[in-house]
Design a protein around this ligand. Sequence first.
Ligand code: GDP
Length: 327
Amino acid sequence: MKSALITGVTGQDGSYLAELLLEKGYKVYGVRRRTSTPNYENVEHIKDQIEWISADLGDLASLIEAVRVSDPDEVYNLAAQSFVAASWPQPIATGQMTAMGVTNMLEAVRLVKPEARFYQASSSEMFGKVQAIPQVETTPFYPRSPYGVAKLYGHWITVNYRESFDMFACSGILFNHESPRRGLEFVTRKVTDGVAQIKLGLSKELRLGNLDAQRDWGFAGDYVKAMWLMLQQDTPDDYVISTGEMHTVEELVQIAFDHVGLNWRDYVVIDEKFVRPAEVDLLLGDCTKAKEQLGWELEVGFDQLVKNMVDADLKRHSLKPSAVPVY
Ligand code: GDP
């Protein structure tokens, strides 16, 4: 039986990856960080199948212990401060977790089990002010937020450990990937949750920032399969994972409102509060390398993804007794 250690396992990607690895017969160790109000919402259904280890990306000793206890064949480093907008008010915490945390994790693996295969969750945000369209693995990086800068450090330190210590370390440059488990602050989920609330009479408006931004949005459940595939190859490498399709935030909004029969212009309010100090105007990935070398394929398209997310939020709000409007 193979074993895997996952940081960030309670997040969107961690939960889909844990499901995938459990299905494949892995013993899954999940790192949990101590918080006063733990949140297991994404992994509630598989909580008992995960071996939990308390550790923190900022505490090398705890990571060394996590690797020692789990003795993993594969390590997936998904934990991060992952919300771009929060990285301006908290640039140092973002750097400590999203950048330096990667070195801590790599050091723990190097010291305890250097032959373990390592996956680093890199991000299309590293392309930022894009230097070419579409973006591929060799496109120069130009991050536009403290988050993007931190992820770029994590990317290069992973490449560096591969080249310095001959570790099997891969960096997955994943474009935006979403699902009903996406955090409520990200624009896709904010929109689908907002639409569900408006449809159910729980809210009257949806406040957003820049509707012109364009993203390459895929389904997180498809993307975790690429993570696993990267670690099954003969040699470690870096891969772009994307859909190759780009949509504006406005298109996202339109699909979501159309799905419940409402006109978005009646509800969306532009609020400067959600406009960023420096914007990433567009991201569009070309994942030919992943398709050809990993045999990775996309299953859920953008339209379907948005509709699934709206349906899931409608269901969630309908089931919650407190969410039923009182007339
Ligand atoms: P990101 O690509 O990792 O920053 O993912 P987000 O989902 O946070 O943002 C995607 C794009 O949506 C960015 O260009 C944002 O500026 C834009 N956007 C517009 N309005 C909002 C909003 O209210 N919240 C968020 N999170 N993003 C917004």
